[in-house]
Ligand binder design. Structure first.
Ligand SMILES: *Cc1c(COP(=O)(O)O)cnc(C)c1O
Length: 379
């Protein structure tokens, strides 16, 4: 079956008792045992819940992985994944990435003896340069958040596998509809399902997808032990979101193409970062490893002084954190998503006070442009 169908129907299994067309929400924390030493397979929902299991299988299928694990947030997924590693291990991480990931690694795991090295992973030579004997993994966001740099998944996988480590790819921005990192050799895919996968700004959710038989039991144990597993109702909301993922991502990407072009010719805008532009530095690479540029756009205004007015004046487009849902959102990374990153490091990565990030939704594109136009005029 093709991916759109898999997103809707998974492996075609259904509730054998009722035949329910919509996956039932098993809103039960615990499950009755038939007798001593007997189990239905479900004992306690932190370990396993039937609604969550359906979602986990569906995302595994969508990412061409053998295993999927669903968490209560993207950060919950990343935190459990780190349990595969040990104090003393080093992980090379994309320098411009989601600020919350930076905070988790730098403010927490580095205290427990892990070390992290922040590198522009779109520049392969820098990865080679920073590799040490302690390096056990590469953690890349591609495209990166918010600068839209693209990292070569296949090349990174080859490099780290030769040295006995793992490649982890945060695939939140492109989703399995546009990019399947496991197909290019990545070992673990991470998602913030809060974004495109659930897709309606109404639930937090995260995933690990992989095909590593050796790691699966350890990841399941980490998920069960840490207690950040996804709740049944949120699993159901995410299953519902996945049914329209392909439609939503395609419509948003068509809107984004038009808006990226409009921004690029606007006199108040200095530079637009969108991987669909043929002159994007890694455009060729993005065509090789993904099926489209998606709907995230970042741009520098010429004058940072205009930004407060723009954020006040947008009305259809909402000034809010997050991305990847039905509704268009505008974000100011320096004060929102990337505020946890120290200023010097942030600015070196390009995240300065002139940068805005737009998550294009599925509204009518002319309405979106009219809203941007009036906000820019007011600024
Ligand atoms: C939002 C986000 C996360 C964190 O996910 P939550 O669901 O908010 O915990 C991780 N990576 C990327 C790329 C994100 O956009």
């Amino acid at each position: 079956m093709k991916l759109e169908t898999i997103l809707l129907h998974g492996d075609l299994s259904f509730d054998p008792v009722t035949g329910a067309v919509s996956t039932p929400i098993y809103q039960s924390a615990t499950f009755r045992h038939p007798g001593l030493g007997e189990s239905t397979g479900y004992d306690y929902s932190r370990a396993l819940n039937p609604t969550r299991s359906v979602l986990e299988k569906r995302l595994a299928l969508a990412e061409n992985g053998r295993y999927g694990l669903a968490f209560s947030s993207g950060m919950g997924a990343i935190s459990s994944l780190i349990k595969l590693f040990s104090p003393g291990d080093n992980i090379i991480v994309s320098a411009d990435l989601y600020g919350g990931t930076y905070r988790l690694f730098n403010d927490y795991y580095s205290k427990y003896g892990f070390s992290f090295c922040w590198v522009d992973t779109s520049d392969f030579e820098r990865i080679e340069k920073h590799f040490t004997r302690q390096t056990k993994a590469l953690f890349v966001e591609t495209p990166s958040n918010p600068m839209m740099k693209v990292t070569d998944i296949r090349r990174c996988a080859g490099f780290i596998h030769e040295r006995g480590g793992f490649l982890i790819v945060d695939n939140t921005f492109l989703t399995p509809w546009l990019q399947n990192p496991l197909d290019f050799g990545a070992d673990f895919v991470i998602h913030s399902g809060t974004k495109y996968l659930s897709g309606h700004h109404d639930t937090l959710c995260g995933f690990i997808v992989h095909s590593n038989d050796g790691a699966e039991a350890r990841l399941r144990d980490a998920q069960m032990s840490e207690g950040a597993a996804l709740a049944p109702f949120d699993a159901w909301l995410t299953l519902r979101g996945l049914k329209t993922l392909a439609l939503r991502v395609d419509k948003a990407a068509r809107n984004a193409e038009i808006i990226a072009g409009w921004l690029r010719q606007h006199p108040a805008v200095e530079e637009v970062f969108w991987i669909g532009f043929p002159d994007h530095p890694q455009h060729e690479l993005s065509l090789r490893q993904s099926r489209g540029p998606g709907s995230m756009i970042s741009f520098y205004m010429k004058d940072a002084g205009h930004i407060p007015r723009i954020l006040k004046k947008v009305s259809l487009i909402m000034f809010a954190e997050s991305l990847g849902g039905t509704d268009s959102l505008i974000t100011y990374p320096v004060v929102q998503t990337h505020s946890a990153i120290p200023e010097a490091m942030r600015v070196a990565a390009g995240v300065n006070d002139r940068l805005l990030r737009l998550s294009v939704g599925i509204e009518n594109v002319n309405d979106l442009i009219a809203d941007l136009d009036q906000a820019f005029r007011a600024a």
